[in-house]
Write a protein that binds this ligand. Structure first.
Ligand SMILES: Cc1cc2nc3c(=O)[nH]c(=O)nc-3n(C[C@H](O)[C@H](O)[C@H](O)COP(=O)(O)O)c2cc1C
Length: 360
């Protein structure tokens, strides 16, 4: 167990904020498989205060989706207070501020990772959020380890980190890559260990290169972080949480998901998308869900072709019946004739970094 301020998190294995992925359907699925905490995908401060019905639905927190963090991104401290207040009123348990996003169009608008180079503005944002939340929920920050590897970047990172801790943030989630690295190169876990000592009694959640359950356990062991934020490792792989918990308890990791388990996860994603989008999920969301699980299928290439041919929820269900078997049977087309080897290793998911990082 660890804490983010007043919020208790049952164990260290949490779902990271993932733009285009960590929506209510994915969060609930990951929780069902053992995630202790989840962060909604990043949202722009101005979108949160816009009262449209659509925003309301995307930001709504289902009753079985706690504890949950709501993550804000923007550039003007004045916009953050009202947005943070709204997230608290919507039922978010933790308010997180994004100072890490490396996407070009986000940086150009002086948001996300850009603010690691602007400590004064970043800290004004932190203070604005803390003042608006007024102790109703813990406030946290998501950082990268700097803009780049220069000494100046490190000085600015230190000012942001120390200033945020001094102002009163309850926890820091640290992605141990620089903004310049985006998603390439290794995350620097030694930096996480160093920051663990710096953050003192406050909570530190580690992020970076957590693609397998073994990696999650190794990060906890090697760096001393309180929790891990599983990101790419959880896309199309809610089972990673059960594997983490098994390894942490000294049990062997469960076997790779059977076809029936894959079907159940995909059906749950579909049901979640139907609920979220009132029966009309965008086709690209169906494709994204389907494709993210396809690596587990015995004939991944063929199933991918079937997924991108889908045009409606009805066709998605038909695809499930054909390729994953009717509900509860797990019998399906599994002729390995397309030359694809079944991918049965929970340890090496093959997700293209940042492939759908579309916010901002
Ligand atoms: C598709 C994608 C979307 C992401 N969206 C967010 C986001 O909305 N907010 C955030 O703080 N980080 C976001 N991240 C960063 C992750 O939370 C995480 O810090 C990063 O992927 C490093 O972890 P990993 O190497 O284990 O994937 C995103 C990463 C990916 C790949």
């Amino acid at each position: 167990m660890f804490r983010i301020g007043s919020v208790e998190i049952a164990h260290p294995f949490t779902l990271a904020a993932l733009s285009g992925h960590s929506d209510a359907p994915m969060r609930r699925l990951c929780r069902r498989h053992g995630a202790a905490y989840a962060v909604n995908e990043v949202v722009l401060d101005r979108c949160v205060t816009h009262e449209g019905a659509w925003q309301k639905r995307l930001l709504a927190v289902p009753a079985d989706d706690h504890p949950i963090g709501g993550q804000l991104m923007g550039s003007d401290p004045a916009d953050f207070g009202p947005a943070a207040d709204r997230l608290v009123r919507l039922g978010y348990d933790v308010i997180d501020i994004n100072f890490g996003c490396p996407v070009e169009k986000v940086l150009k608008r002086c948001r996300g990772g850009y603010l690691l180079g602007e400590p004064q503005t970043a800290l004004a944002i932190v203070r604005a959020v803390l003042a608006a939340v007024g102790g109703r929920a813990p406030v946290t920050v998501k950082l990268r380890r700097g803009l780049d590897d220069s000494a100046e970047s490190r000085r600015r990172f230190d000012r942001v980190l120390d200033g945020a801790l001094e102002a009163g943030v309850a926890a820091v989630t640290l992605h141990a890559r620089t903004v310049a690295q985006r998603y390439t190169g290794a995350a620097d876990w030694r930096f996480l260990a160093e920051m663990r000592r710096r953050v003192g009694p406050r909570t530190l959640i580690g992020s970076g290169d957590l693609l397998t359950a073994e990696a999650c356990l190794a990060m906890l062991r090697e760096t001393g972080v309180d929790g891990v934020a599983i990101a790419r490792g959880a896309i199309g792989n809610p089972w990673i949480f059960a594997a983490c918990r098994a390894l942490a308890d000294g049990r062997p990791a469960p076997p790779p998901p059977s076809l029936a388990e894959q079907r159940a996860a995909l059906a749950a994603q579909l049901a979640g998308l139907l609920e979220l989008y009132r029966g009309r999920p965008p086709v690209r969301m169906l494709w994204r869900s389907g494709l993210s699980y396809s690596r587990w299928h015995p004939t991944p290439k063929k199933v991918r072709a079937a997924i991108v041919a889908v045009r409606s929820p009805f066709e998605f269900e038909r695809m499930l019946d054909e390729w994953y078997g009717p509900a509860h049977t797990g019998e399906a087309r599994a002729d390995a004739a397309d030359g694809d080897k079944p991918k049965v290793n929970v340890r090496s998911p093959n997700i293209r970094p940042g492939a759908s990082f579309s916010v901002g």
